[in-house]
Write a protein of this length. Structure first.
Length: 307
């Protein structure tokens, strides 16, 4: 990111005049950021749904391998990590984050294959919600937790068609996302910018090279299938990452976090429109409760964390 040059105000009565013209610019910037965040969320979910179109040929593992390769190339180009300069401690964090990337995407895409896009993404979003709620003693967080519990029960309720493995993999993806948040905080203090994320994406992409080659060798992709997998990597990794970086220049991180909690709703809508995956009314109620709890938990101000 480029640094914004400091703005100096003239002394005395002239100072208010210099700040007035900035209000419309701030409003415009926020509107642009909201549109960008909507686009980012839609890109992520459309990418996942397009990737799902390749499942019958190469399976979730093949799609995830291609996605990891695309993400690795993009994040290395953006983060420009200096691999030779990494210390032992930094390498341990990078390897941990790379493992999280690898498991999170594989578990999520396999869950999507088994239970559908809307349910899988909603279960995955329990990860950041858990990070926001755990360890808190505030009443509002207790209320959020109490609201989420029955919603999760609704989503995972036993039915004749319930796929418990798919639900379990969605919860594994949630655990990985929570781990990503906690690891990313640590790695952000150790490495400047997005070097740590770029290095982890590169390692994860390299780890998927033999796996992906074996899968693609035994299940040769058609040109359309390969295009779906590449599109999933671009739409679900490259585009959201770059757009989110630009959005965070225009809005506070807290506002960004609240707004992005709408992703499960977008996933359910995209799953319906692209993959014809229909959810029951109770599922929509549960998704709404989880999204609302997530937004409320993130929106509430918290005391600063000592580092």
């Amino acid at each position: 990111m480029t640094a914004t040059p400091p703005v100096t105000n003239p002394p005395g009565p002239a100072a208010p005049a210099s700040t007035a013209p900035r209000a419309p610019e701030a409003r415009t910037g926020r509107v642009v950021a909201v549109l960008m965040m909507v686009g980012s969320g839609l890109s992520t979910q459309v990418g996942a749904s397009v990737g799902a179109l390749a499942f019958p040929v190469v399976g979730p593992v093949g799609v995830v391998a291609v996605r990891q390769w695309v993400a690795g190339v993009v994040l290395v180009a953006v983060g420009r990590p200096r691999f030779r300069a990494l210390t032992g401690k930094q390498w341990r964090l990078v390897l941990g984050l790379a493992a999280v990337f690898a498991v999170m995407n594989l578990s999520l895409y396999t869950s999507i294959d088994r239970v559908g896009l809307g349910l899988a993404v909603t279960l995955e979003f329990l990860g950041p919600l858990a990070v926001a709620l755990l360890g808190s003693r505030r009443l509002i967080d207790l209320v959020c937790a109490l609201a989420v519990a029955p919603a999760v029960v609704l989503l995972t309720r036993p039915q004749a068609t319930t796929d418990y493995l798919g639900i379990g993999l969605g919860l594994v993806a949630a655990l990985c996302w929570a781990s990503y948040i906690l690891l990313n905080r640590r790695i952000g203090r150790e490495l400047p910018g997005v070097q740590g994320v770029g290095a982890a994406a590169a390692v994860s992409g390299l780890a998927y090279v033999p796996i992906g080659l074996i899968v693609l060798w035994h299940h040769p992709p058609t040109p359309a299938t390969l295009g779906y997998a590449v599109a999933a990597g671009v739409l679900s990794s490259a585009v959201p990452f770059l757009v989110d970086l630009l959005s965070l220049r225009r809005v506070p991180a807290q506002f960004f976090g609240v707004f992005m909690s709408v992703n499960p709703v977008l996933a359910a809508l995209v799953g319906l429109l692209v993959l014809d995956q229909r959810l029951a009314p109770l599922d929509w109620l549960a998704i709404t409760a989880i999204v609302t709890a997530n937004a409320v938990a993130i929106a509430q101000p918290r005391p600063p964390v000592a580092v």
